[in-house]
Design a protein around this ligand. Structure first.
Ligand SMILES: NC(=O)c1ccc[n+]([C@@H]2O[C@H](COP(=O)([O-])OP(=O)(O)OC[C@H]3O[C@@H](n4cnc5c(N)ncnc54)[C@H](OP(=O)(O)O)[C@@H]3O)[C@@H](O)[C@H]2O)c1
Length: 272
């Protein structure tokens, strides 16, 4: 589980921890320890592994560590950053390159009947995937993959321009997560495993709280676009993820699950 100490990650750990031991991976040891203490109190067995998902060698070490502990049945990759956290370069490195690192390192160790779930975003639906983007996405295994995505985000600008550049990079990186997940469905199925992605809408987590705090007007506008009329609760994401990992969802494969309170349909489909 990457980002297991994050808003949605922790809620997912609480659900999956009812039946499985969990390896919590993240780059901040203090936050990992805090999350572990919380899970200990709930009786959830967990191990920690300091990992920066943007670093291929560290992700490989995480996969090796998880495999050394037992059968790896579920890989939940929630780690990610948004323009509220950081800039364009990190967004591409962590969200897009990080997704490649996770899939490549964990594909060999995922046990039969296992499932991998990668976290994308409703933001991925806000922009069409151009031919240029697809061409860059297809270079996922090339040494210049990161540079290609960075070039598509455009040149660095002034502060306001930079925020929009980071927003574009975020949407592109999450579109890549969906694309790359679906690009792996046949090879995962060959080992009787599933791979899918979840695109959350706006969930009340530390990531979204930063947006509410720093850009209250943007947050208010977002809320108006959500037919459900409220933010998502991390515990709803916990329950959804647990269902998608279960045998009841055994035929749900190679898709993106958009869990956004109706946001997308409300915006893009003329409403009655
Ligand atoms: N919240 C929303 O409304 C929303 C909407 C759409 C999509 N999403 C996506 O859903 C996922 C979970 O979001 P969340 O709201 O739960 O966010 P969150 O609370 O900010 O958690 C994100 C987690 O990712 C970790 N992380 C960031 N960079 C990392 C790196 N290089 N290596 C390892 N871990 C790293 C963070 O750890 P640190 O504390 O070390 O930074 C944190 O634990 C993210 O991928 C996000 O993009 C969220």
């Amino acid at each position: 589980m990457t980002g297991g100490h994050g808003g949605m990650g922790k809620a997912i750990c609480k659900e999956l921890g009812k039946t499985s031991a969990i390896v919590l991976a993240g780059r901040n040891p203090a936050k990992l320890e805090t999350a572990k203490a919380e899970l200990d109190e709930l009786g959830v067995e967990s191990d920690l592994c300091k990992t920066d998902i943007a670093d291929r060698a560290q992700v490989q070490a995480l996969a090796d560590y998880a495999a050394s502990l037992g059968s790896v049945k579920q890989i939940i990759h929630t780690s990610g950053v948004s323009p509220s956290d950081t800039g364009t370069e990190n967004i591409i490195k962590i969200n897009a390159v990080g997704a490649v690192n996770m899939v490549e390192a964990f594909y060999p160790v995922l046990a039969g009947d296992g499932v991998m779930i990668n976290f994308a975003s409703v933001a991925a639906y806000t922009m069409p995937q151009t031919d240029e983007w697809t061409e860059a996405f297809e270079a996922w295994n090339e040494p210049d993959f990161y540079d290609r995505l960075l070039a598509l985000a455009g040149e660095p600008e002034d502060e306001e321009g930079e925020f929009f550049r980071a927003g574009l990079a975020y949407a592109m990186s999450k579109k890549f997560v969906i694309y790359f997940t679906q690009k792996n469905v046949v090879r995962f199925a060959q080992k009787h495993c599933r791979i899918l992605s979840i695109s959350p809408g706006c969930y009340l987590t530390p990531m979204h709280q930063k947006l509410i705090d720093n850009q209250p007007e943007t947050a208010e506008n977002q809320l108006e676009l959500i037919p459900a009329g409220r933010w998502g609760h991390p515990c709803e994401m916990g329950a959804l993820t647990a269902f998608l990992c279960s045998s009841g969802a055994g035929y749900v494969n190679g898709v993106d699950i958009l869990a956004a309170g109706g946001q997308n349909a409300g915006i893009f489909v003329p409403q009655i």
